[in-house]
Design a protein around this ligand. Structure first.
Ligand code: G1P
Length: 307
């Protein structure tokens, strides 16, 4: 049992250009895309806060002002809703400004996920911290981050979230080589490779966008050369830590078997929205029944090219 500082902070990189969603992301951050009635980023912040991580640092870039506005108050709108006595809408807009203590730092020159995490060094300091990527939404009924924090505290190393994916899909993810840890529900990570071709992948275990990291990762990231895509890869830094023994060394994995919604590309995003909307009490049943009719009628709509 190692003694380690508690995990209190969450880092959320949001500096990506969102090119997979053009043209909608031309002037709007992809993290603000609505997932039913909340921007995607709000689900991620809520997840961090739900496990006690209420010190949140967003690593931002240009075009991201809407994010700061969303987590801020809007006194004029609050006053209007108060005057009207519309408690429900008032609560809905206040929800996002009462979510923890949110800080922002600019990444400047986006040089990859590893570089984004390195930008959090001053804020995080010498304590373990969580990293949450906005493209992955984890169903609030399924536990992941809390379990990862427990594993970090028990091992004193770094922890990644893993999920089994079809082999042909592994090239979209970091891929882990693991072995079981006796008597434990987590696994030890021996090797990591960023976005391998399916034939070179050491397993079908993909890293999904949740990490709980030992601060030793910062020193490693400083030394990490650009990797896949010419970017400084967090996966490469974790590969170094996986091989390191002693303080800050060791990488472990929590294999997630719950519900994850990918919002990283247009089709996955649409599926995530429909899935979550179908689960909503106020209109889920109506939507499901409309979808059944729509599909059984052959969903006969002409294709448009889109972007
Ligand atoms: C990043 C990581 C990758 C991980 C993925 C999870 O890739 O580099 O290892 O599997 O997030 O979503 P990205 O999707 O940003 O290209």
């Amino acid at each position: 049992m190692s003694t380690t500082k508690p995990v209190r902070k969450a880092v959320i990189p949001v500096a990506g250009l969102g090119t997979r969603f053009l043209p909608v992301t031309k002037a709007m951050p992809k993290e603000m895309l609505p997932v039913v009635d909340k921007p995607a980023i709000q689900y991620v912040v809520e997840e961090a806060v739900s496990v006690g991580l209420d010190d949140i640092l967003m690593i931002t870039g240009r075009n991201k002002r809407a994010l700061e506005d969303h987590f801020d108050r809007v006194p004029s709108l609050e006053a209007t809703l108060e005057e009207k006595g519309d408690e429900k809408k008032l609560a809905a807009i206040q929800e996002s400004n009462n979510l923890g203590d949110i800080h922002y730092v600019r990444q400047g020159d986006p040089k990859g996920l590893g570089h984004a995490v390195l930008c959090s060094q001053r804020h995080v300091g010498a304590e373990p911290f969580a990293v949450l990527l906005g493209d992955d939404l984890i169903d609030e009924r399924d536990e992941l981050l809390g379990e990862m924090i427990r594993v970090q505290q028990a091992t004193g190393g770094s922890v990644v979230a893993l999920m089994e994916v079809p082999r042909e899909a592994i090239s979209a993810y970091g891929c882990a080589m693991v072995s079981p840890v006796e008597g434990e529900s987590f696994v030890q990570v021996h090797g990591l490779v960023e976005k391998p071709a399916p034939e070179d992948a050491p397993s079908n275990l993909a890293i999904i966008g949740r990490y709980v990291l030992h601060p030793a990762v910062f020193g490693v990231l400083e030394e990490t050369e650009p990797g896949r895509g010419g970017e400084i890869q967090l996966t490469d830094a974790l590969q170094t830590l996986a091989r390191r023994e002693g303080e800050g060394g060791g990488v472990y994995g929590v294999v997630f078997r719950g519900r994850r919604y990918d919002t990283g590309d247009k089709l996955s995003y649409l599926k995530a929205v429909v899935t979550l909307a179908c689960g909503r009490e106020e209109f889920g049943e109506d939507l499901r029944s409309w979808l059944r009719d729509f599909v059984s009628e052959g969903a006969d709509v002409p294709s448009t090219a889109g972007a």
